[in-house]
Write a protein that binds this ligand. Structure first.
Ligand code: PLP
Length: 398
C-alpha cells in the first residue's frame, strides 16, 4: 500500500478556506469581509509609493543576491528596533534588545516559540480568548500546552479586564503570555494605557514571560501611540519577546517581512541569547530573504521615504476609521440595533456580535463573506460596498 494511504484530509484553514469559497461565489455583488488584508477604496491591495520608490532604487542598484546573515542585516534590525522603542531608547542604548529578521509576524512567532521551548521546556502558553487563530496552532506546534485567558466581553464588545487580571493572577510563574500590542485580532477591543500598566505590573509580580504580538503598529492611533505597551514593558526592566509584522503597515504581505525582538537584562545576555536564536533559525530556514527587508530598511532609514510612508500609513488608518463611522451611520439608517461599539474598536477588525447563523445567512442571501465568529475586516469595506453590507447586516438581524 501507499505510504500515504491512511493520511486524512486536514481541515481547511478557517480564514484561507473562506477565500477559496469566496472566489467560487457566483453572486456579482459579493463582498469578502473575511480576510485580514487592507484594501483601498478601490477594493485593491495598495502598493505604497514609499515602497515603490525604495524598490525602484534597489532595482537600479542591482545588488547581488548573496546570503544574508542568519539574523538579517543590521540596517533592517536596527530600523525595526528604533520603530518599536524610539531611537533614543535607553533599553536600546544598553544593548538589551536583540532583533532577527523573520518571515513575517508568523515567522517571528515561530522562531520565538521554538527558542522559548528550549529555554522553558515545561511552561504553558496563554493566549487571549479569543485570539488570532494561528496563535494556538503555532505554540502547540512548538510543543507547548496552550491555554486561554479571559479577554473579550461579548456584552460590552470590549475587554473583560477584571477577568483578564484574575487569569494573570492565577498563572504559574514562568508562564508565557501572548499579548496583542494594539488592534486586537479578531475583536478590535484594545487595552487602555492604564490597563496596560496593570498588566505589566501583574506580569512582573507573577514572574510571567510576555510575548507581545505587534502586527498592526500604526493602524490604531499612530506609530508611537501604538507602541505604548512596548514603552511600558521597556520601562519595567522585564525581559520579554516581541514579534513584529510589516505585512499590513507596508502592504508587503507576500514578501514576508517581520522580526523577532528579545529584550534581555544586559548586553552580555543579548549576545548569548542571539547566539541561541541563530541556531533555531539556521536549522529552520537558514537566513531570511533579501528583498522585503531591504525595502523596509530603505524606507525607514531615508527621512524622505519615511515621511512618505508615515503619511500613507496615516491614510490607511484614516480610511479604516472613516469606514467604521460610515458603517455605524449606515446601520442606523437601516434601522439596525446600536452598533456604536464599532467606532470604539480599533484596527482592521470588528467583532460585530453576528452569530454563525447570521453570518451564514449573509453569505447565502447576499454573497457577503465573514468569519463564523462574526469577525469582519473593516478594511475591506469601501464607499461602493458599504451600503450593501449595512443593508445585509440589518436584514439578517431582523
Ligand atoms: N499576528 C496577528 C495578530 C495577526 O493578525 C497576523 C496576521 O494576520 C499575524 C500575526 C501574522 O502576520 P504575517 O502575515 O506577517 O505573518
Amino acid at each position: 500500500t501507499s505510504l500515504f494511504a491512511a493520511v486524512e484530509m486536514a481541515p481547511r484553514d478557517p480564514i484561507l478556506g473562506l477565500n477559496e469559497a469566496f472566489n467560487a461565489e457566483k453572486n456579482p455583488a459579493k463582498v469578502n469581509l473575511g480576510v485580514g488584508v487592507y484594501f483601498g477604496d478601490d477594493g485593491k491591495i495598495p502598493l505604497l509609493a514609499a515602497v515603490k520608490a525604495a524598490e525602484k532604487a534597489r532595482l537600479e542598484a542591482q545588488p547581488p543576491r548573496g546570503y544574508q546573515p542568519i539574523e538579517g542585516t543590521p540596517a533592517y534590525n536596527g530600523a525595526v528596533q528604533n520603530l518599536m522603542f524610539g531611537k533614543d531608547s535607553e533599553l536600546l542604548a544598553a544593548g538589551r534588545a536583540v532583533t532577527c529578521q523573520c518571515l513575517g509576524g508568523t515567522g517571528a512567532l515561530k522562531v520565538g516559540a521554538d527558542y522559548l521551548k528550549r529555554l522553558l521546556p515545561d511552561a504553558s502558553v496563554y493566549i487571549s480568548d479569543p485570539s488570532w487563530e494561528n496563535h494556538r496552532a503555532l505554540f502547540e506546534g512548538a510543543g507547548f500546552p496552550v491555554k486561554e485567558y479571559a479577554y473579550y466581553d461579548a456584552a460590552t464588545r470590549g475587554v473583560n479586564f477584571a477577568g483578564m487580571k484574575a487569569a494573570l493572577a492565577a498563572m504559574p510563574a514562568k508562564s508565557i503570555v501572548v499579548l496583542h500590542a494594539c488592534c486586537h485580532n479578531p475583536t478590535g477591543a484594545d487595552l487602555t494605557v492604564a490597563q496596560w500598566k496593570e498588566v505589566v505590573a501583574a506580569i512582573k509580580e507573577r514572574n510571567l514571560v510576555a510575548f507581545i504580538d505587534m502586527a498592526y503598529q500604526g493602524f490604531a492611533d499612530g506609530i508611537k501611540e501604538d507602541a505604548a505597551a512596548l514603552d511600558l514593558f521597556a520601562a519595567s526592566g522585564l525581559q520579554f519577546f516581541v514579534s513584529s509584522s510589516f505585512s499590513k503597515s507596508f502592504s508587503l504581505y507576500g514578501e514576508r517581512v517581520g522580526a523577532l525582538t528579545i529584550v534581555t537584562d544586559s548586553k552580555d545576555e543579548s549576545a548569548r541569547v542571539l547566539s541561541q536564536v541563530k541556531r533555531v533559525i539556521r536549522t529552520n530556514y537558514s537566513n531570511p530573504p533579501t528583498h522585503g527587508g531591504a525595502v523596509v530598511a530603505a524606507v525607514l532609514s531615508s527621512p524622505e521615504l519615511r515621511q512618505m510612508w508615515e503619511d500613507e500609513l496615516g491614510g490607511m488608518r484614516d480610511r479604516i476609521r472613516a469606514m467604521r463611522t460610515s458603517l455605524v451611520a449606515n446601520l442606523k439608517a437601516e434601522g439596525a440595533p446600536n452598533f456604536d461599539f464599532i467606532n470604539v474598536q480599533r484596527g482592521m477588525f470588528s467583532y460585530t456580535g453576528l452569530t454563525a447563523a447570521q453570518v451564514e445567512k449573509m453569505r447565502a442571501d447576499y454573497g457577503i463573506y465573514a468569519v463564523g465568529t462574526g469577525r469582519i475586516c473593516v478594511a475591506a469595506l469601501n464607499t461602493k460596498n458599504i451600503g450593501y453590507v449595512a443593508k445585509a447586516i440589518a436584514a439578517v438581524l431582523k
